[in-house]
Design a protein around this ligand. Structure first.
Ligand code: SAM
Length: 616
């Protein structure tokens, strides 16, 4: 919806903008994305601001502006706190709806004739997230970007016991952030959530445990950058959609997202997230009560004959020494009870409940593949009962739905639908159509060639959900990029750097099993790039996120032995498929997990491979 006053050009000349960053931006890569995103909106460079004082716009009443920043203690403690730029006033509603890294937008309009009508129109469009003040003949608008509230709603959901409390707290929080209230509880809540580093993810994204997910705000900013921060619906494809981060962010930005993943569980997770965006919290609260009831009359649920463990767990899992017959039997009866609850749920809730059951199973039964290319894995089984994990997640989902309702109503949101398909990125479905942007992240090189198999790590869930059986679940891993099993790759087709890496692996006694799958990985990625190129409209962009490099270490001293420049190789493959390489941006990631890989606390970078299809 347009803002008539702004569109009519009643504000002559550009407005001055100050955009204050979220405090919890710690890494240079995020700062780079925040800057590039704003430059996509303004189509001009933005200027760094390091203190609030520096940010105060010339000509506007400094003290007046300072009063607009009730939480200036919650800005970034060091370095850049935000950006200044001049731009059209008409950009303001789009900035409020779309930006990803910003905590507060201040906009000083050149003159305010007719301003009241304009402010009312703006409010109607973006909701109650603005306050205005007149200073020295200018109209100053302070706005909370929608994404700030999406992100902060996660902390509110965690701190609330039910949907009513979620709604009350979200209102309190918004009032405090806008400076509408001095209520101690509200102000304390606002300060706590702004200062917290934890919450960077709107609640939907955490529905299911999933390795190597996008950081949601990174995905959102890349959608904005990749579409030129356009207004209006665009078609966006993620051909390795995983848990659907791109699809959810595209939907909240009003774009039509399509996801493809070879793993049916990934497609189900994405679908459940998209469904939950429009679900009523009251309905889910009822589902949660029914589930508690059904699980509490255990006799009824457990009287069903529990599934046979051999049907639920593949044979390679049963061979693990931790998987005793007794443990397998008790897991099978826990899973059987949950399955009864899910199957008895309302059909509209069933996708969501299936995903929550799968999440509980994945968190309880954890497998980590050891990276030697021979399928060895460690298995840990948590002690918390599956039913308790499931019920807690269901209650969290009902609260997330309440947050979604509040946000839709109060921010006038109208999420676009999206769809997740089971398919292969190397052979996209014929009738998938043409896209304005691809944003995707394939499995990284270390994730292929036996180190970690997404499909295998999900095996018990896939079987419990009836998507695969114990005999066929491994075939799913064979459909993934760089599978352990498959046709003999033609080494002569490899690029020089690919061949160097494969030959090095083949010469290393312990790593020899990885050579074939690594060759297969590069050739699979070649086909995936050809398909991406085919699916894009002329002049449209693709952003592919990959690990920057993959390092092989000596097992004893952990000294680096050989480095594969994965992102550069993938960029070369993309160019060979017809893409123009626009840029490679390295983005540092925070790695907290000491056990993830050798020297896992070394600086770790992902690379954004920015591509464009040539115009016609
Ligand atoms: C790095 S994950 C993507 C994570 C995603 N960006 C997210 O935010 O959840 C890679 C995904 O690629 C999928 N995949 C592997 N091989 C594939 C293939 N041949 N076609 C489509 N998807 C595939 C895996 O199942 C996995 O879900």
């Amino acid at each position: 919806m347009a803002v008539p006053f702004l569109d009519s050009g009643a504000h002559e000349g550009p407005a001055d903008y100050l955009l204050i960053l979220r405090r919890n931006i710690a890494l240079d890569g995020d700062l780079m994305l925040a800057r590039r995103e704003l430059e996509a909106f303004f189509q001009t460079p933005v200027q760094n601001v390091e203190t609030i004082h520096e940010g105060i716009m010339e000509g506007a009443d400094g003290a007046g502006i300072q009063q607009f920043i009730p939480f200036d203690s919650c800005v970034r403690p060091e370095g850049v706190i935000g950006f200044r730029v001049s731009g059209p006033p008409a950009l303001l509603p789009r900035l409020i709806r779309q930006v990803s890294f910003i905590q507060q937008i201040l906009c000083v309009l050149p003159e305010h004739g007719g301003g009241r009508a304009w402010v009312e129109d703006l409010r109607r469009e973006v909701g109650e997230v603005i306050v205005t003040r007149e200073a020295e003949g200018k109209l100053v608008v302070s706005a909370l970007p929608h994404y700030l509230l999406f992100e902060l709603s996660e902390a509110v959901v965690r701190a609330s016991s039910d949907g009513n409390e979620v709604r009350r707290k979200l209102q309190q929080l918004t009032d405090a952030l806008l400076g509408h209230t001095a209520d101690r509880e509200a102000v304390a809540l606002a300060q706590a959530v702004l200062i917290s580093c934890r919450s960077t993810s709107p609640p939907l994204h955490g529905l299911h445990y999933f390795k190597a997910k996008f950081f949601p705000r990174m995905a959102r900013s890349l959608i904005n950058i990749g579409t030129g921060a356009c207004e209006g619906e665009r078609r966006i494809l993620d051909s390795f959609a995983g848990s659907g981060t791109t699809l959810v962010e595209a939907a909240t930005l009003g774009h039509d997202g399509v996801g493809v993943d070879v793993d049916p569980l990934a497609a189900l997770i994405s679908t459940a997230k998209l469904d939950l965006m429009g679900m009523e919290s009251g309905f889910l609260e009822e589902e949660a009560e029914n589930a508690i009831l059904r699980l509490s009359c255990k006799a009824k649920v457990l009287n069903q004959t529990p599934p046979d463990a051999a049907m639920l767990f593949p044979e390679w899992m049963m061979r693990n020494r931790r998987m005793t017959g007794e443990l397998a039997g008790s897991l099978a009866s826990e899973i059987g009870a949950l399955r009864c609850v899910v199957e008895g749920s309302a059909p509209e809730a069933r996708n969501l409940l299936r995903v929550l059951m799968s999440d509980a199973i994945c968190r309880k039964i954890r497998m980590r593949f050891l990276g030697t290319g021979v399928g060895r894995f460690s298995l840990t089984v948590g002690s918390r009962p599956l039913s308790r994990m499931f019920l807690q997640s269901l209650s969290h989902a009902a609260k997330a739905a309440a947050a979604g309702e509040w946000l839709r109503e109060n921010l006038r949101l109208n999420p676009a639908p999206g769809q997740a398909l089971v398919g292969d990125a190397r052979r996209l479905p014929d009738r998938i159509g043409a896209f304005d942007l691809i944003l995707t992240s394939p499995p990284y090189l270390p994730a292929s060639s036996g180190r970690e198999s997404y499909a295998k790590a999900h095996a018990p869930s896939l079987i419990a959900l009836g998507m695969k059986d114990a005999g066929s679940v491994d075939a799913l891993a064979d459909g993934c990029m760089g599978a352990m099993e498959g046709d003999e790759p033609d080494f002569m087709e490899l690029l020089q750097r690919e061949r160097d890496a494969v030959e090095w692996l083949a010469r290393d006694g312990l790593r020899r099993p990885k050579a074939g799958p690594t060759a297969r990985y590069f050739l699979d990625m070649r086909r995936a790039f050809e398909e991406m190129h085919r699916a894009l409209k002329p002049s449209a962009r693709a952003v592919v996120v990959s690990g920057k490099q993959s390092t092989f270490y000596t097992f004893s001293t952990r000294e680096p032995l050989y480095v594969v420049p994965c992102a550069e190789i993938l960029a070369e493959e993309a160019e060979a498929a017809g893409f123009v390489l626009e840029a490679l941006h390295d983005v540092q990631l925070q790695k907290a997990n000491r056990n993830a890989r050798p020297r896992s606390l070394d600086d770790y970078f992902e690379t954004l491979i920015m591509l464009r299809k040539a115009g016609e």
